[in-house]
Write a protein that binds this ligand. Structure first.
Ligand SMILES: [Zn+2]
Ligand SMILES: [Zn+2]
Length: 333
């Protein structure tokens, strides 16, 4: 059953991939003399299609709910528009290109080197022989390992000052919506994609499952950022990260400068927050953003301004150990 869903989704995407490739992409590559990139472009097209389907599904499901049960009413949706741009860039362009043209060849080399030196990966099958014949069991194990890694990646983003300045682009949105998940500094996106791809490689996630794992995580994260008054109930809140739970993470004053440098870092499951004592179950619907925005600090309105200002903040951090008036900075690098 599980396998059937995977394979029918896969064959649908593959059919669209072939159709688009033959009718649109290949003639263009041929025309501009880029046939050397033939195979890589074909492969990356798969991810582009998955990205478009994700965005369409997310919009169709979440936008009506945002209209029906909003947490916040906005006079203008202007600030949301920039997040739509981030979403399309992340889902369609940069990450796919980076993944296929830089990361994939690098991994192939690493794999080749490991094989040459007779070093095997820490694949689950080596630890637990036969487990990979149980697709559902391995899928859940991959999901848990990647989610655990995601929790710590996110905590470090808040703990390490220089890294926080990149992540601050995500937190500076004061009108959080279904589009906000992909509002990330591109450098942070690249770091994150490499981090997860390395882990996936080390534990031996098959590429077909990796696509599904990424798609599930992305969809769940879009739900968490949506401007929807949605509480999963006492048990539900403890099983899966909800919009209420993640809104608390974005609450102004808690995101960075608060208690223990923030709370509710979990990506899919709140269990890591419960285990490592960074959880807050408060149900209060607070405004989102970064504390110093209330004091007038600007994080930029446009795409380039947001990227550039992050580098300016990093430079300031590196040149002066502590900015005057900044709270809780002593433990951050
Ligand atoms: Zn965060
Ligand atoms: Zn977020």
């Amino acid at each position: 059953m599980f396998h059937l869903i995977f394979s029918s989704l896969d064959s649908f995407v593959s059919a669209v991939q072939t159709l688009l490739y033959v009718d649109v992409v290949q003639p263009l590559l041929y025309r501009f003399d880029l046939m050397d990139y033939d195979e890589d472009t074909y492969d990356s097209l798969y991810w582009v299609i998955v990205g478009v389907l994700e965005v369409l599904a997310m919009y169709a499901i979440l936008r009506p709910l945002e209209a029906l049960r909003p947490v916040e009413q906005w006079e203008s949706r202007r600030a949301v528009r920039i997040d739509v741009l981030y979403t399309w860039i992340a889902k369609l362009g940069i990450l796919n290109l980076f993944f296929f043209f830089a990361l994939q060849p690098f991994f192939d080399n690493v794999q080749g080197w490991l094989r040459l030196h007779n070093i095997s990966n820490i694949e689950f099958d080596n630890l637990w022989p036969g487990v990979t014949t149980q697709p559902l069991v391995t899928f859940v194990m991959y999901l848990l390992v990647l989610d655990f890694a995601g929790y710590w990646y996110h905590r470090w983003e808040h703990r390490i000052g220089v890294w926080w300045e990149l992540h601050a682009v995500h937190h500076s949105q004061q009108q959080m919506s279904l589009w906000s998940d992909d509002r990330n500094h591109l450098l942070d996106d690249l770091l994150q994609a490499s981090f997860f791809a390395v882990i996936a490689l080390v534990i031996g996630v098959p590429p077909s499952q990796f696509v599904v794992l990424v798609a599930i995580t992305n969809l769940a994260q879009s739900v968490q950022h949506a401007n929807i008054r949605l509480y999963f109930g006492w048990l539900g809140e403890r099983l899966l990260v909800s919009p209420t739970f993640h809104r608390r993470h974005h609450a102004i004053g808690y995101a960075h400068a608060g208690l223990k440098y923030g709370c509710n870092f979990g990506v899919l499951f709140p269990w890591w927050d419960m285990l490592f004592r960074s959880v807050s179950w408060s149900r209060e619907m607070e405004p989102t953003g970064i504390g110093d925005q209330l004091e007038g600090r600007r994080y930029g309105d446009g795409f380039w301004a947001q990227h550039w200002l992050a580098f300016v903040r990093i430079a300031a951090r590196l040149t002066s150990k502590r900015r005057p008036g900044e709270r809780n900075d002593a433990a951050a690098v």
